[in-house]
Design a protein around this ligand. Structure first.
Ligand code: FMN
Length: 199
């Protein structure tokens, strides 16, 4: 069993970093022989999508050295995902959505012919059979059924894009109210959920 831990917070004292580490620790104690791979996006060179991205549609045998070089990060990040049985992602809420580092990672792993393909029935995700756990931290609260729910552009987007590449087994753990008085109980509730999901 392999766990891929992905962190995307810009902050060293981050809530999501603490919670993904807690998840990895719980998972390790439940899977003593399991392997943990840690991908910290704040220390990863993530190329932006440029005109060079068209190389992703070129037959691999026909790629030029510079095209190969441009796609090398995407190749490596996709390999990490393919090797993982379970992926835990720390996703702070920035401006109601995900950090640009996490978006840049998604742009590298959503790749035609590698993680999705187009068939007679339209697009088909190729990354099935992996569980994803997304741990978010937010300054405010966006609970389902509340007026703030419509401001949450994290969970709906991540569910959609992961589903597009075949990752449909996705659990969300939200540490809400991190900039409010309710920060401590919200964190405790998220930690308790982590122990249950990691088991
Ligand atoms: C640039 C930036 C934008 C933020 N935007 C929001 C927001 O739209 N809604 C919200 O509830 N909290 C927002 N916050 C607060 C963070 O979501 C909160 O501090 C969270 O704990 C960050 O995750 P981290 O502790 O893992 O870094 C923002 C924080 C930063 C730094």
């Amino acid at each position: 069993m392999k766990l891929l831990q992905i962190d995307s917070s810009a902050r060293a004292g981050s809530v999501t970093r603490r919670l993904t580490a807690k998840f990895a620790e719980e998972w390790k104690s439940n899977h003593p022989t399991g392997e943990l791979i840690h991908r910290d996006l704040s220390t990863t060179r993530l190329p932006l999508i440029t005109d060079d991205w068209s190389a992703a549609r070129v037959d691999p045998s026909a790629l030029s050295p510079s095209q190969r070089n441009y796609l090398a990060t995407s190749d490596a990040l996709i390999e990490e995902v393919l090797a993982a049985d379970i992926i835990v992602i720390g996703a702070p809420m920035y401006n109601f959505a995900i950090p640009s580092l996490l978006k840049a990672w998604i742009d590298q792993i959503v790749r035609v012919g590698k993680t999705f393909s187009y068939g007679s029935n339209g697009p088909q995700g190729l990354l099935g059979n992996r569980k994803v756990v997304v741990i978010t931290a937010r300054g405010g609260a966006y609970e389902k059924g509340t007026p703030n729910e419509s401001f949450d552009f994290q969970e709906p987007y991540l569910r959609h894009i992961f589903g597009f590449v075949g990752l449909t087994d996705v659990a969300f753990i939200h540490a809400e109210n991190q900039l409010r008085d309710a920060a401590v109980p919200s964190l405790a509730a998220a930690t308790e959920q982590i122990a249950r999901v990691a088991a």
